[in-house]
Design a protein around this ligand. Structure first.
Ligand code: ADP
Length: 419
């Protein structure tokens, strides 16, 4: 058993993001979708395992229960340290879930204190004097103040977190972080002696996060965004960089797209412009009972097996609005997810071994339809978009799950070796 870090991510895309960060730090990393059962196995030998939950905006009791179940599973697999991954914008409601979940993880670990740092310098998220910045603006002055679910109107992390826990929250400031890991450890001990349970740390650069990571190896619970996860990952001695995983050469390649985001629509247009075969699914016809799956498979069977293909439900805003007006938003989404999930199963049965899926919800539908509970994380094709490797009943599968807005416009063609 080699597992060292067990990570709990509070949303699916965040799970991929933090898994890619551990992998960048040289750790062999697994990603597990949803709360694992006792019989869920790790997909291979790994140093880090990430359980991706949907606990960011659920009621606090539910988020706590799911996180504790994930912690138990990770401990059972041998994880010595738990990393709680949340958004680099500290995305949370006034009551949680960052405070309640980290308190619960600390309680079960019997740990006196944890350190939080949501900084993600490559994305412009930095923390100074405990205030979270988004590029050159305080969080509370940034567009995040208008977030549709959790508007962030305060940037002071000590104050934000104090509202979510009955325990004391304090700061390790940048001057201390600049003095190095020993100074950070000293500061943590001093806070612990004073009964502080949550320590917010300043960090402006990846170097600061590396200093923090090296100071935190002994803490049973650490919390933050993907940046601190990478800093922590670098502090773990590894036997060299995580081995590159070759993409399967045999078998077919396909893209299934259900995201209607602007970037995914660009990627679809790019694939089409490259002269590669693409098929648009008629969602209304499927809802009316036409055998859209059978038609799509007949189309697929007629294509050149050497070429990657694209099958998409993704629609322009106008088309999406028309479908939603006719079917209702939830029924339309369920119809699309059913179509794409079923197609994924048929395509792998027909020999597809590289499958790129566009859309967060769509990715969930596809992994469920394929019975994929856990994957090994490989190299990133674009920031936050790694190839992953899964076993399915039809054989090994390279799977890329991308959130709608991620990836460059040429991602589909490039990732499938066509640009
Ligand atoms: P993103 O990552 O861009 O948010 P998701 O897959 O999470 O993408 O969400 C896109 C949603 O849009 C899904 O629920 C999908 O079922 C729905 N959808 C996609 N195409 C259509 C369509 N043609 N008509 C109606 N709904 C659609």
């Amino acid at each position: 058993m080699t597992l060292r870090i067990g990570c709990i991510a509070d949303d699916f895309t965040g799970g991929t993001d933090v898994a890619a960060a551990f992998r960048c730090a040289g750790l062999r990393t697994a990603l597990v979708f949803g709360t694992p059962d006792t019989d869920t196995a790790l997909p291979g030998d790994c140093d880090a395992a990430v359980v991706a939950l949907k606990s960011r905006s659920t009621p606090a009791e539910e988020a706590v229960a799911d996180s504790l179940a994930a912690q138990r599973w990770l401990w059972d697999k041998g994880a010595a340290q738990i990393y709680f991954k949340y958004c680099s914008t500290f995305d949370s409601t006034p009551e949680g879930n960052i405070g309640p979940v980290s308190d619960a993880l600390l309680d079960t670990a019997g740990a006196p204190l944890t350190l939080h740092c949501p900084a993600s310098p490559p994305n412009g998220r930095t923390v100074y004097q405990g205030h979270l910045f988004v590029h050159d603006q305080l969080l509370s002055d940034s567009p995040l103040r208008h977030h549709p679910l959790n508007p962030m109107t305060d940037s002071a992390l000590v104050r934000l977190l104090s509202a979510q826990t009955r325990h004391r929250v304090a700061l390790v400031d940048w001057a201390t972080v600049r003095q190095g890991s020993a100074a950070v450890r000293e500061a943590l001990l001093a806070h612990q002696r004073e009964g502080v349970r949550h320590v917010i740390a300043d960090a402006l650069t990846d170097d600061d996060l590396a200093v923090l990571g090296a100071a935190l190896l002994e803490l049973p619970v650490v919390a933050g965004a993907a940046g601190l996860a990478e800093g922590l990952g670098h502090a773990y001695p590894t036997s060299g960089p995580a081995p590159a995983q070759p993409l399967p050469r045999e078998g077919g390649a396909a893209v299934l797209a259900g995201s209607c985001s602007a970037r995914t629509l660009e990627q679809i247009a790019h694939f089409y412009a490259a002269g590669l075969p693409s098929l648009h699914l008629d969602v209304l016809a499927a809802a009316a009972g036409r055998d859209v799956i059978g038609e799509a498979l007949a189309w697929y069977d007629a294509q050149d097996p050497e070429q990657p293909v694209l099958i998409y439900a993704s629609a322009s805003p106008e088309e999406l609005a028309a479908v939603q007006a006719q079917l209702g938003v939830a029924t339309a989404a369920a119809q699309v997810e059913e179509l794409l999930g079923t197609l994924a199963a048929h395509l792998t049965e027909r020999g597809v071994r590289r499958l790129l899926v566009a859309g967060g919800e769509t990715s969930g539908a596809v992994t469920t339809a394929l019975g994929v509970r856990a994957v090994l994380v490989g190299d990133e094709a674009d920031p936050g978009v790694p190839w992953t490797y899964a076993e399915t009943k039809h054989g090994d599968l390279a799977l890329m799950l991308k959130s709608g807005n991620f990836g460059a416009p040429d991602l589909f063609t490039r990732a499938l070796g066509r640009s």
